[in-house]
Ligand binder design. Structure first.
Ligand code: PXG
Length: 290
């Protein structure tokens, strides 16, 4: 049975899930999205993702033509119809069909679609051995120009950074802001462990307020580790005891080298491994049942 896609209120076969070439999501990257996970029939942090989607939409003055409750129900129906128990969900709202000018007033009806599909997990060795990262020349968008807190369809800033990492033979990039402070990776937030403290860059340096990032800070706090936002330099990263990335798709990924410097003991650290276990346990029990 072919995958069913939610498209503007209807469920259609994936072959029929097509959009107009005049959709401003395509022409201008004018739209917002979320990436969500379900584990064993539970959607993880669904309300948080829906809230962030509405906040992104509010900032770009895009009116989502559904209520939060209706959108939650649409996500759950999409998972049920496709009989998916462990899934990756992509929820997208675009400005909709307009003309060839960028004026959003020419787009009367936003496009809404939801894709729920099997997840392709990252290789196991990544989590066992840890990742090697580099900082790249492309700076993270200035919050004053295009706030990274808007999860918009315009990801070229991140894609350019990804290309630079891949060209250099690395899987993932660390992006700095215009002042040289550490922000995040191309689709994940970044943390370091220093002593008994867990540190991550504050949103005002230019990062997405990641939902996994918040989950990890909550888990650490419960464990008696002081988790807080702090402005970080490359020097801070090089001298960290441990480092890891967080994101909905990747979950928690240990980092073992940055710009050729070995981080801590050069293998996934104790705090990182503990948080990975606690995160796994949480995904099995917390979430919206569908
Ligand atoms: N920073 C950026 C720039 C992101 O796009 C995160 C951090 C992590 O946020 P969450 O809320 O997921 O903990 C993201 C998340 C994918 C994919 O399929 C993931 C993201 C964006 C695009 C694709 O892996 N983002």
């Amino acid at each position: 049975m072919s995958l069913k896609i939610y498209l503007n209120g209807k469920f259609v076969a994936r072959e029929q899930a097509k959009l107009s070439v005049f959709d401003h999501g395509l022409l201008y990257g004018d739209g917002v999205f979320e990436g969500i996970r379900s584990y064993n029939g539970l959607v993880f942090k669904l309300e948080e993702h829906i809230d962030r989607l509405f906040e992104s939409a509010q900032t770009i003055m895009l009116t989502i033509p559904l209520t939060k409750a209706q959108l939650i129900e649409a996500v759950c129906r999409c998972l049920r119809i496709n009989r998916l128990h462990n899934a990756y969900i992509r929820l997208v709202v675009t400005r909709g069909v307009g003309d060839l000018g960028l004026d959003p007033r020419k787009c009367p009806l936003p496009t809404v679609f939801i894709i729920a599909d099997k997840i392709t997990l990252y290789p196991k060795r990544l989590y066992e051995r840890g990742l090697a990262l580099i900082t790249v020349p492309t700076q993270r968008n200035l919050p004053e120009a295009l706030n990274p807190q808007i999860k918009s369809l315009n990801y070229l800033n991140n894609i350019l950074a990804k290309i630079e990492a891949v060209n250099a033979g690395f899987e993932e990039a660390i992006m700095l802001n215009a002042h040289g402070y550490v922000t995040e990776c191309t689709g994940e937030n970044l943390f370091i462990v220093k002593g008994r403290r867990l540190l991550t860059p504050p949103t005002y340096v230019g990062v997405l307020k990641g939902i996994t990032r918040q989950t990890v800070m909550d888990l650490a706090g419960r464990d008696g580790i002081e988790a807080r936002e702090e402005v970080l330099t490359r020097h801070d990263l090089f001298n960290a005891d441990e480092c890891f990335l967080t994101g909905t798709a990747a979950e928690i990924v240990p980092v073992v080298t940055i710009d050729g410097r070995t981080i801590g003991a050069g293998r996934p650290g104790r705090v990182t491994l503990r948080l990975m276990r606690q995160f796994q346990a949480l995904t099995k029990t917390a979430g919206v049942r569908y």
